[in-house]
Design a protein around this ligand. Structure first.
Ligand code: FAD
Length: 300
């Protein structure tokens, strides 16, 4: 098994090359009201300048949430020159219903999906497992499919090994890559990647990066989703409660360091959870040294 935790020396020229060639994607959730929507549209344009591989839109299985996801996708198709990936979850839907939604997305021109279980209550005639859902989507149309991965283990997983084997099954069912849950401990991601390689997973495991927009909220959410928040991070943000300006500054520096380490460890793509705060993700990408102009052509 490879050991990625060895010290890596990367010189300045190497870093510039790694940053320039790295692929970015940015995730959004459907804005909940008109004000949030205006705010998103006002700021999303700056991310287009980074030439991302795709923008993705999360999915809520409930009626109004689902419609908001579909509306946001339609609007992004009209407004953004960036390829789109639609998240879609099967829990809370019957098989027929969720495949109809996927067909609607396909008819709308969506060719990339992030296929997930979701956390809604199961309903009658729903898919029994995520890998069956992925196989059905592949039969339905020529979608490019991403799935979720959990470097620090999904909270409901029976064991870390069972979680990893579940990831392998999803990839074997026809997914191209996995996007990871966000993490702050890069070593945990690297160990996870090594363990995945150890059971024969060869697909890209794209790290999910969360630039911290509000530390108190991130702390609470991390507890629920099983992301480890290292003590050094808690110490760094101590005393900054309610001061988002200072938190964003700390967050930029922290995220840039994380991304640099990941790139130096051979990561090729980074997926940013923007939480609809494009400015923070943009700032991080710029501090990371991702160039603007040379990438505009790629985004068109
Ligand atoms: P699976 O691959 O089926 O499961 C992952 C692990 O969790 C396995 O170990 C499995 O055994 C265990 N597990 C999960 N649920 C259960 C259960 N009910 N019973 C037993 N074991 C279980 N959610 C949304 O609602 N909308 C989104 O748009 C969305 N986007 C996401 C994007 C990314 C990149 C990630 C990482 C997560 C996203 N989620 C989203 C959250 C996701 O739906 C939940 O984490 C869900 O609990 C697991 O989905 P999965 O597809 O990874 O499930």
């Amino acid at each position: 098994m490879q050991n990625h935790l060895k010290a890596v020396s990367t010189n300045h020229a190497d870093f510039t090359r790694l940053r320039e060639s790295c692929g970015l994607s940015f995730e959004f959730f459907p804005p909940k009201n008109d004000r949030m929507q205006r705010c998103l549209w006002r700021n999303i344009g700056q991310l287009e300048l980074l030439g991302p591989k795709f923008f993705s839109v999360t999915y809520g299985a409930g009626g109004s949430d689902r419609e908001r996801s579909m509306e946001t996708l339609s609007q992004m198709q009209l407004e953004c020159p960036v390829p789109l990936a639609a998240h879609i979850t099967f829990s809370g839907h019957s098989q027929t219903e969720v495949l109809e939604i996927a067909s609607r997305m396909y008819d709308q021109g969506i060719r990339s999906l992030v296929a997930l279980r979701g956390d809604a209550e199961p309903v009658k005639n729903s898919f029994k497992c995520t890998e069956d859902f992925i196989s059905a989507l592949r039969e339905l149309a020529d979608f490019d499919i991403s799935v979720a991965a959990y470097p620090e283990v999904h909270p409901l997983a029976e064991s870390p090994q069972a979680d990893l084997e579940q990831l392998k099954r999803k990839l074997q069912s026809g997914a191209s890559r996995a996007i990871s849950q966000y993490f702050f401990d890069v070593d945990n991601y690297l160990r996870f990647r090594d363990r995945a390689a150890g059971i024969g997973i060869e697909n890209a495991l794209v790290p999910g990066i969360l630039p911290i927009h509000n530390f108190e909220r991130v702390l609470a959410f991390s507890e629920r989703c099983g992301t480890h928040v290292p003590e050094r991070l808690k110490a760094l943000f101590e005393g900054t409660e309610g001061n988002l300006h200072v938190q964003h500054k700390l967050s930029s520096e922290l995220t840039v360091n994380m991304c640099d380490r990941l790139l130096s460890e051979g990561v090729k793509d980074l997926h940013f959870y923007t939480l609809n705060t494009p400015t923070l993700s943009f700032e991080v990408a710029r501090q990371l040294g991702i160039p603007l102009s040379s990438r505009i052509a790629n985004a068109a």
